[in-house]
Design a protein around this ligand. Sequence first.
Ligand SMILES: [Zn+2]
Length: 246
Amino acid sequence: MRVSTRWYRWLILICSFLLLHSSGCAYRSARTITQVGTFHDLSAGGFDGRMSCRRLGSYGNFGIGTFHALDGEMIVTDGKIYQAKSDGKVYLPNGGTTVPFAELVSFAPQAKLILKGGANYAAVEEQINKAVPDRDIFCAIRVRGRFSKMKIRSVPAQVKPYPRLVEVTNHPPVFQFDGVSGTMVGFRSPLYAGEITVPGYHFHFISDDGNSGGHVLEFAIESAAAEIEECDRFLLITSEKGLGGN
Ligand SMILES: [Zn+2]
């Protein structure tokens, strides 16, 4: 009787492991956006980190977000997490740094568009909308190349009681570059998802030299291409509680 109980426990343990392992793979499956936190919470001042960068990295190699206390803009590309702070410099956060909001994919683009020289934000949106006309589909988008103009912002770390997001982003530090090579990392999200994530287009930028980055306000293309992955799955993680913590 004792032996069979022991075997039963082992069976439960093995099944649990297989289940966790397989669901872990599912999170990283193609065409899936994994998001930590909601834009609703972030807008209301929910700036406390809820997942570590170490763990976040297991959900994808490409994406954007912010850090605990709203300490800068996050850019994730080629599996590397960058923290563009309000001093205009870019840092590499350690694995224990936490994030209140981020969205990631394992980037596998299905389409590539050569963007028109001189195109601004609105013109690039129009070009991508023509390529992916169904606005109810989430897209992960990478724009790589040379920009004749890149205007970005970052946000300074906040202290409690946290203000609403809009109070911080109304007067942020803004940086403008006239001629810079780099990568815009971002998403196009359906308007219906506005409480969950940022609706419409949302890009962050990192320069090729890794020295400059932030949330994109305006840009103009000199010579660049957009790679697009249509994502038809969305995994929302509101809290790490119950998943083994950070
Ligand atoms: Zn942003």
